[in-house]
Design a protein around this ligand. Structure first.
Ligand SMILES: C[S@@+](CC[C@H](N)C(=O)[O-])C[C@H]1O[C@@H](n2cnc3c(N)ncnc32)[C@H](O)[C@@H]1O
Length: 235
């Protein structure tokens, strides 16, 4: 178990080496971040669940929201913290290293909003993950989720697209080695997504089962066809 945990740590640390450089040059990723921020515009205290390197957290803080950013990867959280400390942010930030497959260390009904971006296939069991998010969300709160959909070959196609944009913006070919390492970890991610990922209808059914209402699958596909974007309310 300990071995699996340290393998996971290494995996995400390697994946994040070039993550920000390449994702921030990929307009579809930026659009997805902005879509979450807009969806959460009425929420003051937000849980960024599986925050990674903090690309969402920093945008939320800049727009005056207070964020608790949680993730199991300590390198990502350090990177997130440094990134958010280096910009003029309006909101407050707290970070916590934790395992999202376990119960959350927060009281009931405290968050105005929760965002879960590109995390769901990696966290299981999904139903427990959703019911914990439901528990800590305030009545009237919003859950905004983008989840990678299981699709064979999706990561090769995505990395090709990311590569085209990175070449256009001059990041490639200089950072080719880092790019190739991210491609390798993305292929590993695809295996997990194929094993654990859920399609939109399954996600909707599970969210409704734990009590969410107004569960809406967006017709907009902010990250092209690679993810499904869903919003849900706690009544
Ligand atoms: C693809 S990244 C997404 C990062 C960020 N949300 C984004 O959209 O850029 C997935 C994140 O989920 C985190 N993660 C995976 N399994 C986890 C778990 N069991 N508990 C907490 N975080 C986890 C990883 O450390 C990683 O930061």
């Amino acid at each position: 178990m300990k071995e699996h945990f340290s393998e996971q740590q290494e995996h995400w640390t390697k994946h994040f080496e070039g993550y920000d450089v390449f994702q921030e040059a990929y307009p579809s990723y930026v659009r997805m971040m902005e879509a979450h921020v807009d969806a959460l515009s009425d929420c003051q205290l937000i849980l960024d669940s599986g925050a990674g390197t903090g690309n969402l957290t920093v945008r939320l803080l800049k727009s005056g929201r207070d964020v608790i950013a949680v993730d199991s990867n300590k390198d990502a959280l350090k990177y997130l913290y440094d990134k958010c400390s280096n910009v003029d942010v309006l909101g407050t930030l707290e970070t916590k290293q934790l395992d999202l497959s376990k119960p959350l260390p927060f009281a009931d009904d405290i968050f105005d909003g929760i965002v879960s971006s590109l995390v769901i296939p990696f966290v299981s069991p999904h139903k427990e993950y959703f019911s914990e998010n439901f528990r800590v969300l305030k009545p009237g709160g919003l859950f905004s989720i983008s989840a990678a959909v299981p699709k064979e070959g999706a990561m090769d196609a995505l990395m090709q697209d990311i590569g085209i944009k990175a070449t256009e913006s001059g990041i490639l070919p200089e950072h080719k080695d880092v790019f190739n390492r991210m491609w390798e970890t993305s292929r590993q991610n695809e295996k997990t997504i194929l094993q654990n990922g859920l399609i939109a209808d399954e996600l909707v059914a599970m969210l409704e089962e734990v009590g969410f209402t107004d569960v809406t699958v967006s017709k907009e596909q902010p990250y092209d066809g690679y993810v499904v974007w869903i919003t849900a309310n706690k009544p």
